[in-house]
Design a protein around this ligand. Structure first.
Ligand code: EPZ
Length: 418
């Protein structure tokens, strides 16, 4: 198993160009296979392993998915003819639930493994299944697979429980080829939803209201492939800003949409960092020690849950106490056990972590068990005295490409070792 070996204590300095959003790419790649005419060209597609796995699933179903250059992918959906996704690949990623929506819309039938994804809580799929049923599908879960079948999908009104991001995406994909209009209430507001809506609009689906809680999707009969550029990955951008902050450095993330990072920027400012926002970049300049601030995660535009763990890690070295409440996922503090090996002072009580900042962390062997918790251990290692070994790089590769190279370019001493 590969590890990152980090010798901490160097302030990071420099600029990082951020790739496209993983979560947007997973939705848009799937949606691209809705089109039976022409070819879709996607730009700014990140080469994270989750995205590569989804490409492989789509190929297995009969789509033509080809990398034309780093970041540029073409998709032809015409050949999609198989209704069963490869079990071992589909079960690995949460985004494979979108394949159910795609296959229902395209073939009226789907067999897809119940997804796994990150180890951050129970992560049920009941809202998705309810959504498919509302549009007219019969759905069962049997022998580890979601089995869905629909003679005809019909647009309906649907209330999205907990403003679920994935359910909103899945309903948009499924409704794109349904008869009539689907109205989503309490839809997710995340930028990835707006990106998907813009893409579907180009393919020929009429989508109104994306970015508000009420989205209307008028199903189309046939869609045609188009060109689209995926929005930047706000979580990766936020991670690099926090890497700058935790090392008392100065980092600029480029090719980002600063509005998508506003809440994070405000919290970093509140903690004492200087944030400089430009048209398509955001910079941070951090003092040696930040102040502890409180954070509660929430759906967009609230503080993104995917940045809660890096922020908590930052707070382990801040002056004073910070209270971090996780309201989206039910177990996103598992990585705290590993952080404790490095000398942090954190108490977790159900959905809340109380972090008492310490003067310094010390390097230790630690183990990543999921994506964002894993990258947070890397951040802790960058700031710690001595050497940290983070095992489980494959979890981190799901959502960051060439993490070590990017951090090296910023001046970190980090290597991938077997
Ligand atoms: C998406 O997950 C992202 N994943 C997650 O990113 C992100 O943390 C999350 O949205 C929230 O922003 C992808 O886009 C692939 P939800 P998703 O449905 O869609 C509960 C990362 O680090 N729920 O908005 O699965 C659920 O358990 C990841 O990149 C049900 O109970 O999130 C959670 O508590 C991890 N039943 C809440 O709703 C369901 O059927 C919101 O989840 C669906 C969700």
């Amino acid at each position: 198993m590969a590890s990152f070996r980090i010798r901490g204590g160097r302030p990071l300095e420099g600029r990082v160009a951020v790739q496209g959003s993983k979560n947007s790419a997973l939705a848009i790649l799937t949606a691209a296979a809705l089109a039976v005419d022409g070819e879709t060209t996607l730009e700014n597609v990140p080469q994270y392993t989750d995205v590569l796995d989804l490409c492989q699933i789509l190929r297995d179903l009969g789509a033509e998915v080809v990398w034309r250059a780093p970041g540029t992918l073409t998709v032809r959906g015409e050949g999609v003819s198989k209704s069963e996704a490869p079990y071992d690949l589909a079960k690995k990623l949460r985004g494979s639930t979108y394949i159910v929506g795609l296959l229902l819309a395209r073939l009226g039938e789907a067999r897809v493994a119940v997804p796994g994804g990150c180890n951050i809580g129970t992560r049920p799929i009941d809202f998705h299944l309810k959504g498919f049923r509302t549009l007219g599908a019969e759905v069962e879960v049997e022998h580890g697979q979601i089995l869905a079948r629909a003679q005809r999908l019909r647009g309906q009104k649907f209330f999205v429980d907990r403003s679920s991001v994935g359910t909103t995406i899945n309903m948009m994909i499924t409704a794109s080829l349904a008869e009539g209009t689907t109205v989503l209430e309490n839809a997710a507001l995340e930028p990835e939803i707006v990106d998907l809506a813009n893409f579907l609009g180009k393919l020929g689906v009429k989508v109104r209201g994306a970015g508000t809680p009420n989205i209307r999707i008028e199903g189309a009969r046939r869609l045609t492939g188009q060109r689209h550029e995926i929005i930047p990955d706000r979580v990766v951008a936020g991670t690099y800003l926090m890497a700058g902050a935790i090392t008392g450095g100065r980092v600029e993330v480029q090719q980002v949409i600063p509005e998508h990072l506003r809440t994070v920027g405000l919290k970093l400012s509140e903690a004492g960092a200087e944030i400089v926002e430009k048209e398509d970049s955001m910079g941070i300049c951090s003092p040696r020690r930040l102040r502890g601030v409180d954070v509660q995660t929430g759906p967009h535009p609230g503080f993104a849950t995917d940045l809660q763990q890096p922020f908590l890690t930052l707070m382990t070295l801040a002056e004073g106490v910070s209270v971090i409440q996780e309201t989206v996922h039910d177990n996103r503090f598992g990585f705290v056990n590993e952080l404790q090996r490095m000398g942090t002072n954190i108490r977790v009580d159900r959905d809340t972590a109380i972090v008492r900042g310490v003067e310094a962390l010390t390097g230790a062997p630690v183990e990543a068990a999921e994506l964002r918790g894993g990258v947070s251990l890397v951040l802790a290692g960058l700031a710690a005295r001595g050497t940290t070994l983070v095992q489980g790089t494959h979890f981190i590769d799901r959502g960051y490409s060439n993490l070590e190279q990017t951090l090296q370019e910023l001046g970190a001493d980090i290597q991938r070792v077997e």
